[in-house]
Design a protein around this ligand. Sequence first.
Ligand code: AMP
Ligand code: MG
Length: 434
Amino acid sequence: MSRADSSPTLPSPALPSYDQAATLVARYAAELRRARPASERVELGKASGRVLARPLCADRDQPPFPRSTRDGFACRAVEASKHKFLNVAGSSHAGQAPAGQLPKGAAWEIMTGAPVPAGADAIVMVEHVETVEQQVRLLPPRTLKAGENVVLQGAQAHEGDELLLAGTAIHAAQIALAATCGYATLEVFVRPRVAILTTGDELVPIESSPGPGQIRNSNAPMLAALVSAAGAEPWILPTAADTAEALDAALAEALKADLLLISGGVSAGKFDLVEPALARIGARFHFTGVRIQPGKPLVFGDLPRSHPGNNQNQNGPKCCFFGHPGNPVSTAVTFLLFAAPIVAALAGSLEHGPRFVLARLAADTDKHGKPGLTRFLPASCTFGSTDGQLPEVELVPWQGSGDLAALARSNCFLVVPEEAHALQAGAIVRILLT
Ligand code: AMP
Ligand code: MG
């Protein structure tokens, strides 16, 4: 088995900070976003997780008629506020066509969702009236203002309005809006195909009983889940052994993808052969490490898709790649921080970057972090605060970047800035949402 020939354009050793690397990736994602992906039509019920390829427009006014938001009586607010009895001239419930003109000095019984009769300008709630036979009056001392409990026709949208932009990610609310506007199908962007190439002589498939020194390949299914959640189609390639030949063959196949995620083989060890293999097929490296922990050896670059060899067209179509360090926590963090924004851009989504929010730290952190590295530590955040306080976050005890159980018990990562050696209980901190 040959070791890689490390002669081609290997990267410079100066490592960017987290912010520098994130800015570089964001710029790259913005470039990718200019090339619109192809689109396809899907049934509305299958559109969750996809991205709109065309704006979604209102097919009629929303609401389509002045709509009552309460059960009660439609009336003129000025008349009702005099507390005199009003004749109940009729009744409407949701689903009925709009009633005619409301006679002067009258009220109209109405249910939530029903059209408000012309001439009425407010709804008095059923709980706020006194009823005597066919007459009602607003109970003093309450008064009623024009517009109360009525949503005017077109208040939410007018026919033809663009309600959602192309590039909007589709979830439950967007599906409901599409349904209300009469879209039984939606035009969505074709999902990018993301190749997942795990490398390592130690890896065996899930079904296998690992032999001495072997472990199961958990990064392939984890990356596949992350890729799906980010809006792309995962394509798991066979695991490549730690040899130049195996990597060359696997990379040649992987180039058919829109994005390539490689796991393992990017650290400084004797069997970390991924970077030289990428360099052999003409890789351009944007960075080959970031000042973060875990995940410092992360590699980002792109490859020409043209036939490998010396006469590659550097301006031709590119396949960008990430080389993720193989330890599972490193793989997960570097995907969320850097690969997810590229997946989103390739998917045509307008959503940007990783999601950070502020939280309050429950307990002091240890002082063992390496200076000069931004740390992303598995943590657990409680979001259900009802007292107006920030969510509270605490570290999940972990044994380093191989600790999958800690990762699986976490729901975010605590960000420890590179200048901070430790953080104190009560501090307002940033967390990365997973
Ligand atoms: P590497 O980045 O190739 O040096 O891998 C570092 C460590 O990560 C390995 O020693 C394994 O323990 C672990 N590892 C690498 N690849 C995987 C994988 N696909 N699934 C689970 N663990 C992995
Ligand atoms: Mg390895």
